[in-house]
Ligand binder design. Structure first.
Ligand code: PMM
Length: 302
């Protein structure tokens, strides 16, 4: 007899079923590691994102890439169906859902913890139903009232990211008196809208929104002052991965480094953010950034 099968009438088998894989990602938000910065892998199911647009725009290639990140150790996989790059065209909700819901369903089944990167409450609700555990909303100051109600009702973690304007208008809205003070104040005001609707403080994950209505200098200033955001008492998430300000920094012979040549610099920013106590980083290259988070955990007083 197969030693893994129970003999008839003898109750449960003494040996457990074989474990084909041991998920490294926690399936529940509550089980995420707390001894290091959490790594959120980026899965853009879009034809037009700035660094990986078009690479994962079929459902199969998106699921395969999600699984690759999962096996590389991603704690969370952030699935989005609308590009947020400056000037990007808006996608209607039906198309957004067509792109992401099957991907979320398949990756949830594989045991991954998923967030949905969306500005739309309707899409967020369906993504939660399909297996997503948290909402990552880049709409910033123009959040949909229905999103506030959804977060209150479903009691899920919610990434509240700072952005002024839309993908089309945000680049022209980067005038600040003091970028750290102003972003903090605007995030707090927005957060209070969520509180007023009954959202609990521990649901809120704050993100200063690097590259969203901020120029390079402002991004660096925010990155250097993450501790100010930590003081608000919420988890802090940061997204630097392959962003334009890194390309500008790495300019060679007058040419900014292309997105795919920005991964090493991204890893360096992860180490810096993690050492400042960031709860999470949103990245393309999961394995390298996970290493950086582990290194930083040995240095910081988390
Ligand atoms: N950046 C992008 C998209 N979503 N979400 C959060 N919370 N923070 C970010 O900084 C952020 C985001 C744009 O980058 P991509 O096009 O590489 O996804």
């Amino acid at each position: 007899m197969d030693s893994l099968a129970a003999a008839p009438g003898t109750g449960p088998a003494t040996s457990p079923l074989p474990v084909l894989r041991m998920p490294r990602s926690a399936a529940r938000f509550e089980d995420l590691p707390t001894d290091r910065t959490v790594v959120m892998g980026i899965l853009n199911c879009t034809p037009d994102s700035f660094s990986d647009g078009g690479e994962y725009d079929s459902i199969d290639t998106a699921i395969a890439h999600g699984l690759r990140m999962f096996y590389a150790g991603a704690d969370i996989i952030d699935v989005g169906g609308e590009s947020t790059r400056p000037g990007a065209l808006e996608v209607d909700e039906e198309e957004e859902q067509r792109r992401i819901l099957p991907v979320i369903g398949a990756l949830a089944k594989a045991g991954a913890l998923l967030s949905v990167d969306t500005r739309h409450a309707g899409t967020a609700a369906k993504a939660l139903d399909a297996g997503a555990a948290l909402i990552n909303d880049v709409s910033g100051l123009s959040v949909e009232p229905a999103m506030v109600a959804l977060v209150a009702q479903r009691k899920v973690p919610y990434v509240l990211m700072h952005r002024r304007g839309s993908a089309r208008t945000m680049d022209a809205l980067s005038t600040y008196r003091d970028v750290v003070e102003d972003v903090l104040a605007e995030l707090v005001e927005l957060r209070d809208t969520f509180y007023a609707a009954g959202v609990a403080p521990e649901q809120i994950i704050m993100d200063p929104g690097l590259g969203f209505s901020k120029d390079s200098t402002q991004n660096w200033e925010l990155l250097a002052n993450l501790d100010r955001f930590e003081l608000l008492g919420h988890r802090v998430l940061i997204g630097t991965s392959r962003k334009r300000f890194l390309g500008t920094l790495l300019t060679t012979a007058g040419k900014a480094a292309p997105p795919k040549d920005r991964d090493s610099a991204t890893v360096a920013t992860t180490a810096l953010a993690a050492a400042q106590g960031a709860w999470g980083v949103r990245v393309h290259d999961v394995a390298a950034n996970l290493d950086a988070a582990r290194v930083a955990a040995r240095q910081s007083k988390r």
